[in-house]
Design a binder for this molecule. Sequence first.
Ligand code: ADP
Length: 395
Amino acid sequence: MKVLVANLGSTSFKYRLFDMSNERQLGRGGIDRIGEDADSNCFVEIGGTRSDRQQRIPDHAAAVQMCLDQLTAPGTGCLQSVEEVRAIGFKAVFAGKLSGIRVVNDELLDAMEALADVAPAHNPPYARAMRQLRSAFPAIPLVAALETAFHETIPIEYRTYSVPHEWVTNYEVRRWGFHGASHRYIGSRMAQLLGRDDAKIISCHLGGSSSICAMHGGESRSTSMGMTPQSGLPQNNRVGDFDPFALRLVKRLSGKDYDTLLDELSSKAGLLGMSGVSNDARDIEEAAAAGNAQAELALKVYAADIKKYIGQFLAILNGVDAIVFTGGIGENSDVIRGLALSNLDYAGIILDQTKNESVKGEATLHANNSRVQIWTVPTNEEIVVARQTVEALKV
Ligand code: ADP
């Protein structure tokens, strides 16, 4: 069975095609600048051969059409025909209590659209693209794997906010947690790497969006993101945890309304807001190294928050076997890993500085005398979504 996994941004479409009989990746590709007044960069990689071209792509349906054309191109493609694609799986973010793995239907799309205010950067592009794809390719089932499902095993005391009870019962205000596919992958991969399935793991997914998850035996026990993907750690341009009562003061002093302030907190805050440099960790590290004090502070705050969550999760799990870094920052930034894990020898967490600076891919970076193992593991959210898509089709 061939399954296409789609990763959507508001103006981008990335995909991977898997043969699920052996979980082999047959091809992957990406298209950016969708719907913009400019040519998109389109690439496809099949069997180790990559080709690139520029072309105007008006919407996500056109992007998927291009992807299917690339995958079926005579001579260079890996499919005889589009009919071989049994389903398209999506790593969807948030549909409230419609969690789990679901065939995309009107009920799900309506729920995602209704919750656009909770996940403004994620839900609108997904719902829009899914609607387009449903009408453009009615014969291909679409399956959504909701990121929140993995966190349903979190005990109630770690899921509940101290808000009036009717907020919970009437409006479902609670911690949901996100990045489910990534943390699930890290949990199952670490079980293989450690050779045991009862390990206690702290999974640090640090990227454009960042979250940390405490896992025991591959199940989520607590996570840093709460009701929305704006919470938890500072994000690339979103705020992370914050005291809502500061808004009253800023509203009065700035004259801006609540909607404007919330937009600022979800697009001009986080690493971008603190550093004043960029939402990209590489630019911030470069600026900090050149002496930019605000950039240096942004890195320190981000790393300090990672450390605070690691401390919380050590307590929740009653110790940990391995701390894992994944995502663009987690896999690549020795600076952030070094700051976040500094002075944790009391808890048996000791980084090997040389390994930290040279590590690539799946590797360990703890010192010989560290009780806790420290790893970098590239995540693979797509294979998790592909597996879940196959499961959904069986029902
Ligand atoms: P997304 O959450 O959008 O999928 P990624 O997981 O790809 O994002 O992470 C993107 C982030 O990773 C960016 O902030 C980028 O700067 C950061 N990153 C990538 N490579 C490096 C590096 N070598 N050093 C520091 N940060 C890096």
